[in-house]
Ligand binder design. Structure first.
Ligand code: OSB
Ligand code: MG
Length: 374
């Protein structure tokens, strides 16, 4: 492949309803769309998911823009490949979401150049993925019940609710009372607790949750291991696993049985495959794919990742209509009657980016010159 252009287009997208987590509320989010172009004109697309503030991780849309334009673009040679990209940027410490934006655009481009759907290109094994829905903190338990019952009616097969101190056991108790033991239910604390809150988790342990996601510190592995020894509900790590090394440490310490792998959090699809091959391939443990409220562009990469053999739980990959009034891809992502989302047979991520619309929405746009290959 011979790359000739890297382009960044930043847009702002408005959620259909506010999404509240233990770290804050979002109703509008920035999305930096990355477009790479090969000499024959073929293109590849991906999305940088970093938010406006450093609340989920330390990255923001501003740091990602800076790191891509100032440090990543200069390393991108015209003969780059998706698999070779991580080595080119290994001098840059961290900034995984910035790296992942470029890396995943290269994967999309390569798959398209090979006329293959991205999910097949990376070794996926299923053409439908299990779709779950992530429900933000609600202003009242009545509202929570209404929102959850709407999603169940739409066909989502698993519900995850966000929790925070003071809003944890009660919402779970209420959902179990309304919807029974049959509801696949899990919680996500986004690192809002410490090990001294262990009684909250002992209480949650009584409600048959599929897992408890990232209860403790955003980089912690040690206290999670301690907590895991005291409760039966499996712990799932999100924030604390930023690369394969973290997954290995989590295994050795006993911090979690499950990992929510978000390709943007770990630097892209290459590292996603490495974590998958270790956690599932070597340990036989399940993973699932998390989301960051992506537009239809980033969602395409998530769908591809969720077709990997080790993805054994429902993923946080919902239909476009769960997030946005209008998506920026055609066709939008939709939920099948059986609660799955189909992995497209079209090349690459399998959806067309509505580029005219995206350019009209652009808050800023930049074309970056590439360094020559050998
Ligand atoms: O922790 O999984 C999370 C959204 C933004 C930041 C962090 C998280 C989330 C979600 C949404 O839970 C998942 C989705 O995109 O549907
Ligand atoms: Mg999470």
């Amino acid at each position: 492949m011979e790359l000739r252009k890297l382009e960044l287009i930043e847009v702002r997208v408005r959620l259909r309803s506010e999404f509240e987590t233990s770290f804050g509320k979002t109703v509008e989010r920035p999305a930096i769309l990355v477009r790479v172009e090969e000499k024959g004109g073929e293109e590849g697309w991906a999305e940088v998911v970093a938010d406006e503030g450093p609340w989920y991780s330390y990255e923001t849309n501003e740091t990602a823009w800076l790191v891509i334009t100032k440090f990543i673009a200069g390393q991108l040679r015209t003969d780059v490949s998706a698999r070779g990209f991580p080595a080119l940027v290994s001098r840059i410490r961290g900034h995984n979401m910035a790296k992942a934006g470029v890396e995943m655009a290269l994967w999309d481009l390569e798959a398209r150049l090979n006329s293959r759907p991205l999910w097949r290109y990376i070794g996926g094994v299923r053409d439908r993925i299990l779709s779950g829905v992530s429900v933000g903190i609600q202003p009242s338990l009545e509202q929570l019940v209404r929102v959850v019952s709407g999603y169940i009616e739409e066909g989502y097969g698993r519900v995850k609710i966000k929790i925070k101190p003071g809003y944890d056991v009660e919402p779970v108790r209420r959902l179990r009372k309304e919807f029974g033991e049959g509801l696949r239910l899990q919680v996500d604390a986004n690192a809002a607790y410490t090990i001294s809150d262990i009684d909250v988790f002992r209480e949650l342990d009584k409600y048959g949750l599929l897992m408890i996601e990232q209860p403790l510190g955003w980089r912690d592995l040690v206290d999670h291991a301690e907590l895991a020894r005291h409760i039966r509900t499996p712990i799932c790590l999100d924030e604390s696993v930023q690369d394969l090394g973290d997954a290995k440490a989590a295994y050795l310490l006993g911090s979690a049985l499950i990992i929510n792998v978000k390709p943007p959090r770990v630097g892209g699809l290459g590292e996603t495959l490495r974590i998958h091959d270790f956690w599932y391939g070597q340990l036989g443990r399940p993973i699932w794919i998390g989301g960051m409220l992506e537009t239809g562009v980033g969602r395409g990469h998530l769908v591809a990742a969720a077709t990997l053999p080790g993805v054994k739980y429902h993923s946080d990959i919902s239909a476009s209509s769960r997030y946005y009034e209008e998506d920026i891809v055609e066709p939008p992502w939709t939920l099948n009657k059986d609660g799955t989302i189909s992995a497209p047979e079209r090349p690459g991520i399998g959806v067309e980016v509505l580029s005219d619309k995206v350019y009209r929405m652009a808050k800023r746009r930049l074309e970056v010159p590439l360094a020559q290959g050998p």
